[in-house]
Ligand binder design. Sequence first.
Ligand code: NAP
Ligand code: MG
Length: 484
Amino acid sequence: MTRYQMWIAGKWVDAGSGKTFPVYNPANGEEIAQLPLGGKEDVDQAVAAARAAFPAWSQKPQAERSQIAMKIAALIRDNAKELGRIETIDHGTPTKAAPILAASTATRFEWAAYNARSLMGHTIPSNSSELVYLQREPVGVIAIVTPWNFPMGMIIGKLAPALTLGNTCIIKPPSIDSLSALKLAELLAQLELPPGVVNVITGPGAPVGGALSSHRGVDMVAFTGSSEVGKEIMVAASRSVKRLQLELGGKNPVIVLDDADVDTAANVMAVRQFSNSGQICSSPGRFYIHEKVYDQFLKKFAKAAMSVVVGDPADEKTEMGPVVSAEHRNSIEAYIKSAVEEGANVVLGGTRPSHPTLKDGYYVMPTIVTNITQNMKVAREEIFGPVACFMEKFNSDEKVIAMANDNIYGLAAYVWTKDTTRGMRFANRIQAGTVWLNNTYKQGPELPWGGFKESGVGIEGSLYGLLEYTNLKRVQVDLANPGK
Ligand code: NAP
Ligand code: MG
């Protein structure tokens, strides 16, 4: 059993309380590590260290910080195999995807490194006796609070722009999946960054995340997670009017129109539904299928779902591993039960795998539930698991747009049609930060990501996302009477 420490002010330390907590491998329920149970006193130390580090780090020339960002990217690539192995035992990421996912996070640092060097200010037209210019400055100390669904990727999406642009950071990884964050700290330690520039505190959400969100020494909270916790962070952060970037939940509609390429749509959406065991904020949340193609789509989708190889994530053949924890499996199973109680039909899965080698892991088989109506719990709430929710068939464009928008979330949507103009009419009217029209799912640092409605505030990725980690300053210079 490995007992870990956390990274505060450039040192490996235990929690101030001296307490630890266990974490488990979701593939077999075995305890894999003991982590420091951080609390308020550890937060105070990390904030003090990050504040102390801020002046020098923020004043370092951008070219130097960008070079450091490139070195971090190289370290991530060199260690992608080990980072992937950690995500497999801690989160259950299938081993055939885990190192690729880990390596892909390096692009966030590379992209930030190049683009931070090209952030330009503006001058504002005035008159000959005055110069007005705008400049971007780092915000200060940033608390990065992240979920478990892509443990390292979620951190890097925020750390790369924040750090590269001159902010100092305190990372609060998800309790149940903190190991990759600690490995990342170990890699950063090799670069001998000034103490306090990056800190990692492990420990439970409300005591650690909550203390960071309300701390007067924290200037911004960059958070990805559930909308419930996002709202709590907003309240806690309001006391000192912090900058917030919140990437929250989704219940993403998939609309398949009568003129869609049904086979491609079904195959692609099955991959989206069951990747990472359905634990992706952009996973399909509600399937709205036109009545003319409903049977064909469901048949093809079910075939694709049945062919997903469920198994131990350490096995090279596995496509879908367990869900993240026993508690989360219970929550997914409770959603399936509630759907049946409200009159929906489970037409595939809904069970745990029968293979004896998987009996101690937190597995849920690929599941399809049909006949779901708009007000059922499974139509309104995020399940975050391998459960495809098929709504009743539709036959009217107007009605399906209204149904797709009838939800508190507005994260992403998928529209399938061969008529691009019809698809663009849907894209214009759907309330979501991202609309994928046909087979176009793609992520990358140059693309913005953010939610409408209760799916979030602010943007991650792209130049818009970089600017979230800066303050805009206006400087107005009197040229006519200098110094008077
Ligand atoms: P979560 O329960 O909201 O937790 C997210 C993070 O917040 C964890 O580090 C958690 O710590 C911490 N936390 C919990 N309570 C807190 C509090 N009162 N104050 C401050 N921090 C607190 O979310 P999750 O279950 O880990 O992740 C699943 C959710 O993330 C889903 O809703 C999903 O849609 C969303 N998500 C959104 C995006 C996006 O880009 N929009 C991407 C990925 C995931 P502990 O781990 O210690 O509880
Ligand atoms: Mg874990």
